[in-house]
Design a binder for this molecule. Structure first.
Ligand code: ATP
Ligand code: MG
Length: 355
């Protein structure tokens, strides 16, 4: 058994441009980790460094406890799947999947056996003799995954493997990927810029921005306790209020520029006089016509949108504008634009963020 993947002070510069800046991550053996971040944040660069498709400017990478920085790509035992499947068009599915074994000089019988096995795993046995052009997008993607799995790599790197698929297939394939991972247990590093995909699939999520690792934690931690404003805003719809902390009667309160207050208790490291950004997710806000309301927080509904399973409200509470998303079964359907409402949330739904 290996000790997973360790990324130590990894940097990559292109000329003066820093694409990866001192990234440190320790990924456990068999873990499913997602790299999440906006376009240009360094996700692909990080996979390329791990795969050996480029040379880091600094730092180290270890797989199974051994540095791989000096190892060529074919010695790294890494399975790669990219957004474009890069299948060989003239080869059959079986030919494509067996290719990495052929390259490694594996005997013909053994290749046939292992190809059959892995095609069964991705449920493509019936398609073994077809060419990529005779397959659906999802089947092509599964072929690419089978080809990456066939030589039993110790690490699988998947760079936005679902982005070429339509929404329904994407939904299906994402759970399929996780199921495959759970069956095989290969350490997997998956890249996406889709928050929902990251939340649904990952043991842990690494959020990258500007080549820097912003936070590395479980889906729950990243969603509920984002460390920065950027992560709070990136991980779903969050209302952010800039406040100043003051001493209240029972613990601290955060006060906006208009004297409205939110009780925040006595969190570690927070004291009177500090600037604090408070995050409240759209789905954590509930609306009522009159009290109790979260102290001073009332506003006027500007817009209401019916989204099928929920209602989305835009509420003016000058100078703030709140977004609230209420699941349809719990929504008061009589609330309409122009109505005055109290905004309610529970204290534990507040995110305390550096200003
Ligand atoms: N060969 C290169 N030369 C110069 N700059 C590069 C090179 N490759 C990547 N970059 C830059 O490095 C940054 C990170 O690129 P990268 O491809 O890792 O982003 P990404 O997070 O994968 O984005 P996306 O979600 O769009 O795929 C980008 O600003 C990109 O322009
Ligand atoms: Mg990319």
């Amino acid at each position: 058994m290996s000790d997973g993947v360790e990324i130590l002070g990894l940097s990559k510069r292109y000329g003066d441009f820093v694409a990866l800046d001192d990234v440190n991550m320790s990924i456990r053996n068999g873990e499913f980790v997602t790299l999440l971040g906006p376009s240009g944040s360094g996700k692909t660069t990080l996979l390329q460094m791990l795969a050996g498709l480029g040379t880091p400017s600094g730092g180290d990478m270890r797989i199974g406890g051994k540095s791989v920085v000096a190892l060529p790509i074919e010695k790294r035992e890494i399975g790669l799947v990219f957004q474009s499947y890069a299948l060989f068009p003239h080869m059959t599915v079986a030919g494509n999947v067996g290719y990495p074994l052929k390259m490694r000089g594996v005997a013909r019988d053994e290749i046939a056996h292992r190809v059959n096995e892995v095609l069964e795993l991705v449920e493509l046995s019936k398609f073994a003799k077809r060419r990529p052009s005779e397959l659906s997008g999802g089947q092509q993607q599964r072929t690419a995954i089978a080809r990456a799995l066939v030589f039993e790599p110790s690490v699988m790197l998947l760079d936005e493997p679902l982005s070429a698929l339509d929404r329904r297939l994407r939904e299906h394939m994402k759970f399929e990927l996780r199921r495959l991972h759970d069956m095989i247990g290969t350490t997997t590093i998956f890249v996406t810029h889709d928050q929902d995909e990251a939340l649904a699939l990952s043991d842990r999520i690494a959020v990258l921005d500007g080549g820097k690792l912003q936070q590395f934690g479980t889906a729950n931690e990243i969603y509920r306790q984002p460390k920065t404003r950027f992560i709070a805003e990136f991980m779903g719809e969050t209302n952010i209020i800039d406040t100043t902390v003051r001493a209240g009667e029972a613990g601290l309160v955060a006060e906006d520029g208009q004297g409205r207050r939110i009780a925040i208790g006595q969190p570690d490291g927070i004291g009177a006089g500090m600037k604090l950004a408070l995050g409240i997710r759209a789905e954590q806000i509930s609306l009522s016509r009159d009290g109790p309301g979260a102290a001073d927080w009332t506003g006027r509904i500007r817009n209401r949108f019916f989204l099928g399973n929920s209602y989305r409200y835009i509420i003016d509470c000058a100078p703030h504008s709140f977004v609230a998303q209420v699941s349809a079964p719990h929504a008061d359907e009589s609330l309409a634009p122009g109505d005055t409402v109290a905004l309610n949330w529970t204290p534990d739904s507040l995110q305390l963020l550096p200003a």
